[in-house]
Design a protein around this ligand. Sequence first.
Ligand code: UDP
Ligand code: MN
Length: 264
Amino acid sequence: TVSDQAFVTLATNDVYCQGALVLGQSLRNQRLTRKLVVLITPHVSSLLRVVLSRVFDEVIEVNLIDSADYIHLAFLNRPELGVTLTKLHCWTLTRYSKCVFLDADTLVLSNIDELFERGEFSAAPDPGWPDCFNSGVFVFQPSLETHGLLLQHATDHGSFDGADQGLLNSFFSSWSTADIHKHLPFIYNLSSNTAYTYSPAFKQFGSSAKVVHFLGSRKPWNYKYNPQTGSVLEEGSELVTQHQASFLKVWWGIYHGSILPLYE
Ligand code: UDP
Ligand code: MN
C-alpha cells in the first residue's frame, strides 16, 4: 500500500456522515491501497465518530474557528462560505503527498487508484457547465501554502456560486484550457441525475462508470429502501431514471449490508 497517499472526504453533520460511510465502504470494496480519511466538524456526534472510525483510517476534526488567524478572518468575513472553507481544509493534510477528494455523496464502483497518477488540479467537467470542473471529485496535493492562497482568494473574491466549486474554479482558472491530463473522464464523476440528458452516450459509456455522484438536493439517504425486495422507493411523484435507480440500489445495498451492522 502507498501510505503517503489518501482518499479524503468531508462530513460536517451526522446526515452527511451516512454518505461518507457508504463512500468509504465502497472504496474498501475495491481493493483499497491508500489511506481513507474523513474530515469532520465539532457538530458530528460521538456515536458517528465511533462508526466512522470503523471504516476510515483517520477521522480528523477540523475546527475553523480555532485554527490559525487567517482562517478565522476568512470565516468571519464570509460566513456563508463555512462548508466551503471546511472543504479547503483538505489541503492541510500535509502528511500525505497526494490525495483524491471525493464528496460524501459519491459512490465508487471500481478501483480508481489510477487517479493518483494525475497531478494537481485534476477534476471532471461539470455537467451543467463543462468549461467548469465539478468539485465533487478532484486530485490535489496538500500544501499549507496552497491552503493559505485559497483562503486569501476566498476573502478577496468570495465564490461566484457561494460554494467550494465556484471558488476552486476561479482559483484553478486555467483548468479548462491548460492541460488535458487534468481533465478527468466523466466516468470518474458521473452525475446520476443528469446522465439521462444524453442517453445514447450513457448507453455507450455508462457501464464503465467508476464514480457516481448524487449531486443536487436529493441524496440517496433521502429515499426509502425495502431490504426484502432490494428496491429503492421514491417519495412523491419525482421520477427516478432506470440508471439512477440502479445506482441508488448499490448505495442502499452497501448501507444496509455493511454500514448498519457497524452500529451494533
Ligand atoms: N457537505 C457537508 N455538510 C453539508 C453540506 C455539504 O459535509 O451540510 C460536504 C459533503 O462532503 C458534500 C460536499 O460538502 O458531499 C458538497 O456538498 P453537496 O454534495 O451537498 O453538493 P452537490 O454535490 O449536491 O453540489
Ligand atoms: Mn456532491
